[in-house]
Write a new protein. Sequence first.
Length: 219
Amino acid sequence: MVEIYDAHEQGEVVKKWLRENGSAIVMGLVIAFGGLFGFKQWQNWEENTRQQAATEFEVLDQLLDAGQLDAAMSNFQNLQDDFADSPYTSMAALEMARARIEVNQPDLAIGLYEFVVENGYPKAMSVVARERLARLLLDQGRPDDALRTLEGAKDLSGFEARYAEVRGDILFAQGRHDEAVAAYLEALDTLEAGVGDRGKLVMKLQAMGAEIPEEAAES
């Protein structure tokens, strides 16, 4: 099954990226638009835009919690049309994709993941969406497409272990067992302490009769 990030984890990804890059982006936009708006006007416009996008996302999230998927589509369309570059739009697309999977509409989920892969903001959202898309394609019996999706990633900072594990799953499904073992061992090696399921990786390797370095299994 496709592994789902919860809303808190998505929010943390966004906040981390904004902490690292937010100031530079704001200053660049201020320089670019300062002559038209002025700094204060720019601040007001940016805050209003953020609040509108946040409101649309909150309503969408509530509708999804209530199982009103069709109604939530209206809010997502508003986000997509008016706030395509907002982190809220990327988070909304991931939420919508999860809801589509839950009601057995994987084809619609694929389209939503593809939207975030191409348009995700911040870029970490694209990385999340690409991994989920690869998992979903694998679940749909499309391992070749899943592998191509993974290989299209540019920067995996913070997601190396998850990508390596998915690659291992894909390679295993393709019958490339030696390469799958190598990918699982890479996932173990790059897995941060306290993050992810090390035990699951170890079990996958044991099921394949692979030799697991003692330090990799226990670290």
